[in-house]
Design a binder for this molecule. Structure first.
Ligand code: ASP
Ligand code: MG
Length: 406
């Protein structure tokens, strides 16, 4: 007997027919003799609608009430899933975050899970009852409902899997698994059978939207065996595993892109100790995250150019903050550009293979694509380019790294 967590995303519970077919997948797992705990997202579109109701009243809302409202979507889908299971002869009941409870910190709207009480859940499971857990929500130290940030039910599922010591955590979604890159852009993209935690973490944080980044982090830390798979077929999906489990490691496993960044250049800021701190301090005080950073060498030893990226959502605000500190920063000009895309190649094989970045630069050069900013880590290389070339670049790189499906 295995213990399995099955998580169904919004599109997998979008309407009653889909909830019925998701319930059938749970029943099939039970019929194989396994113990199952289910985690559900809200029905597709439900959370957006609830967020819309909140922001229609005020954009400067009380986040505790925001949580009370937006957590409601999962209450509905959890109840419906339990009913569908009962209808198929499976003993099941819904569990809301506060009933278990799933304890979180007090960061309303983006809370972190701190602990899950599992005794009652496990007792029910042992007696043959399927707990249907509302994803995305928890209980804060203030005894109020919290939510885990958009896409957070992935994290609920992984946290639950870790807490009950599940053998597997299946994430059912509307795609067949994790692809080498976005198949809507690159027709030759193919599904990966396996990907390492580290690569998946980079893929998720660099723009692939299939899993919430935090859920991958948690799976990696607790060694939860994750599988991303389609709720519309029975085909195996992508397993997220330890590096040792991958026999034939490609040098580059995947290519991610992120159109959500904007570039800011400060022309001629003073080249002296403390200047970076004086630029990025005010930005961080304003809760603006900076991603890529490059600083040029200065020709005259007096001034240099500083370029960095922020999210598009923070772009205007970042420019305002920098303008209001202009006197202290003493830059000559601020140039902003939101028409950029960040493209990243990812692969743990890079650690042991030289020349991986060079292939990227050559492939882009051959297409006449100018690289504006470069950043690297042990297992990824990211470049910032004009967003006019996003698709061309993705296709060229996919071919250059031998990822095209035949
Ligand atoms: N329903 C929530 C959202 O739309 C959580 C989730 O789906 O993972 O963000
Ligand atoms: Mg999701």
């Amino acid at each position: 007997m295995a213990r399995v967590v099955q998580k169904f995303g919004g599109t997998s519970v979008a309407d009653i027919a889909r909830i019925q077919s998701a319930a059938a997948k749970v029943k099939a797992e039970i019929d194989r003799g396994n113990q199952v705990a289910v985690v559900v997202s809200a029905m597709a579109g439900a959370t957006n609608e609830l967020v819309g109701h909140v922001t229609a009243i005020s954009t400067l809302y009380d986040v505790r009430e925001y949580d009370a409202v937006v957590a409601a979507g999962e209450q509905v889908s959890a109840g419906l899933m339990a009913l569908a299971l009962q209808g198929q002869g499976v003993d099941a009941r819904s569990w809301l975050g506060w009933q278990i409870p799933i304890r979180t910190d007090d960061a309303h709207g983006k809370a972190r899970i701190q602990g899950i009480e599992t005794d009652e859940l496990l007792r029910g499971m042992a007696a043959g009852q399927v707990p249907v857990v509302a994803g995305f929500q928890g209980l804060g130290p203030d005894n109020r409902i919290t939510t885990l940030g958009r896409g957070g039910s992935d994290t609920s599922a992984v946290a639950l899997a870790a807490a009950i010591g599940a053998d597997r955590c299946d994430i059912f979604t509307d795609v067949e698994g994790v692809f080498t890159t976005d198949p809507r852009i690159v027709a030759k993209a193919h599904k990966l059978d396996k990907i390492t935690y580290e690569e998946m973490l980079e893929m998720a944080s660099l723009g692939a939207k299939v899993l919430q980044t935090r859920s991958v982090e948690m799976a990696m830390n607790h060694r939860v065996r994750l599988q991303v798979r389609s709720s519309f077929s029975d085909a195996p999906g992508t397993l997220v595993v330890d590096e040792e489990e991958i026999v034939e490691q490609e040098i580059v496993s995947g290519i991610a892109y992120n159109k959500d960044e904007a570039k800011i250049t400060l022309v001629r800021v003073a080249d002296r100790p403390g200047v970076a701190a004086s630029i990025f301090g005010p930005l961080s005080d304003a809760h603006i995250n900076v991603d890529m950073i490059v600083q040029n060498i200065s020709e005259d030893g007096k001034a240099t150019d500083m370029t960095f990226t922020v999210t598009k959502a923070d772009f205007e605000r970042a420019c305002e903050v920098l303008k209001s500190h202009r006197a202290a920063l003493g830059y000559q000009r601020l140039i902003g550009d939101a028409n950029v895309v960040k493209i990243s190649i990812i692969g743990v094989g890079m650690r042991s293979h030289p020349g991986v970045a060079q292939t990227m630069f050559t492939a882009l050069a051959e297409k006449g694509i100018n690289i504006q900013v470069i950043s690297t880590s042990e297992i990824k290389v990211s470049v910032l380019i004009s967003d006019d070339y996003a698709e061309l670049a993705l296709r060229a790189l996919h071919t250059a790294y031998g990822l095209d499906a035949d």
